[in-house]
Design a protein around this ligand. Structure first.
Ligand code: SF4
Ligand code: SF4
Length: 381
């Protein structure tokens, strides 16, 4: 067995530095006169940003650097993702906020919705009304919201989103999603060629590649390089992470798994499979309807009920031969915390595998406690 705690090999550098390099790339987008749309959530249909000739960038912040600033305006017992994102916006510490022509939020959880009201005082913010059910009525509303979003983009940027442009954008995003899915499929192997942390850095880094057409080729090349290194990780309990979005500060959860004998073979949360599992149907008469149908099916805990999260977990647990599920909750995230009982019942009763939930924030003060709990969990697998 190899030591998986080594530094990331060079082949991952470009991807691990994706966010840092993106600060420079974002300047190029602006210098070319193209729109940059800052987004907070997986529900934003990225096809719209491509169809207007621009690109979108994630504004979800993953560090505690600006939380104390945010807490001057927002309650302390609020999800760190919301506080951190707001903090970066009001302190202008994030170039993505600075360069965004328009910031788009969705009515997902209550904390985010209310935060957008304050954000709108200093930034150009549009909030899409996301229904909280995946019913036919919900789909009709969501489709209308996408049409409204298209009108806003056309008006603000003085460009037209034609059917042809939407169809082209759908093809580009479908190719990207399929390539990412194919890439993380390497974790299905018995002899796993990368660590879960390395995989995570690629998945995060790739979201900051603004030339979406390039992604399939880049991932294909990386996959070939990975297999040529002939690294084989075996004999470790295989862990699936689900729950709230993970990012820089919460990589401590992945590290706690992999420093204590486990290996993360999959991520169901945003940034992993949740966002890209389904494609938009191509070649339909109504591409807006097709986009609405794909995005409303995302299995986020802000949907009630939320059967698609279970359906995806079911497939991932089987395909990736998962030995245990870790449900990561950010502090004060009610949707995922309340839903955790369902996930626990599903893992324990339906799939007959162990489940643990861990609550954390963006500080490093709980690293010791996380290691203790996760080490004990892995030991029993
Ligand atoms: S977890 Fe839900 S609300 Fe948060 S980014 Fe993902 S889809 Fe959006
Ligand atoms: S992690 Fe939970 S509380 Fe935080 S923004 Fe996402 S859904 Fe809302």
């Amino acid at each position: 067995m190899i030591d998986i705690r080594k530094e990331l090999p060079e082949i991952f550098d470009d991807f691990a530095d994706g966010r840092k390099n993106a600060f420079l790339k974002v300047r190029d987008v602006k210098e070319n006169g193209n729109p940059l749309i800052g987004v907070f959530c997986t529900f934003f249909p990225q096809e719209l940003a491509l169809a207007i000739g621009g690109t979108s960038v994630s504004l979800c912040s993953t560090s505690d650097e600006t939380i104390s600033e945010a807490e001057k305006d927002l309650p302390r017992n609020l999800c760190p993702l919301i506080k951190s994102s707001y903090g970066f916006a009001i302190t202008d510490k994030c170039p993505f906020f600075y360069f965004s022509d328009l910031i788009v939020g969705e009515t997902t959880c209550d904390g985010k919705k209310k935060m957008y009201e304050y954000l709108g005082e200093t930034k150009n913010v549009h909030v899409m009304e996301l229904p909280n059910t995946q019913s036919e009525e919900g789909l009709v509303l969501w489709e209308k919201e996408i049409h409204k979003m298209i009108n806003i983009l056309e008006e603000q940027f003085g460009r037209k989103i034609t059917k042809e442009k939407l169809e082209e954008a759908i093809k580009i995003k479908n190719a990207e999603r399929s390539a990412v899915k194919d890439f993380y499929g390497i974790m299905k192997e018995e002899e796993i060629p990368v660590t879960g942390l390395e995989l995570w850095h690629v998945l995060t880094g790739i979201t900051f590649e603004f030339n979406k057409q390039n992604i399939p080729e880049q991932l294909k090349e990386l996959k070939e390089k990975i297999y040529s290194e002939n690294k084989k990780i075996t004999g470790r309990p295989r862990i699936l992470i689900t729950g709230c979005p993970i990012g820089a500060a919460t990589e401590k959860v992945i590290e706690a798994v992999e420093n204590n004998g486990g290996i993360v073979v999959g991520y169901e949360n945003c940034g992993g499979a949740k966002a890209i599992d389904r494609n938009v149907e191509e070649g339909t008469d109504d591409p807006v309807r097709a986009i609405a149908e794909k995005y409303i099916q995302i299995g986020c805990a802000c949907m009630s009920p939320n059967p698609n999260r279970i359906e995806l977990l079911n497939r991932l647990i089987d395909e990736y031969k998962v030995d245990g599920v870790i449900d990561m909750h950010l502090q004060a995230c009610q949707p995922f915390q309340v839903e955790s009982l369902k996930i626990k019942r599903f893992a324990n009763n339906d799939k007959n595998i162990p489940y643990i939930s861990v609550e954390t924030d963006y500080s490093q003060s709980d690293v010791g406690q996380l290691n203790t709990r996760i080490a004990a969990f892995i030991e029993m697998l």
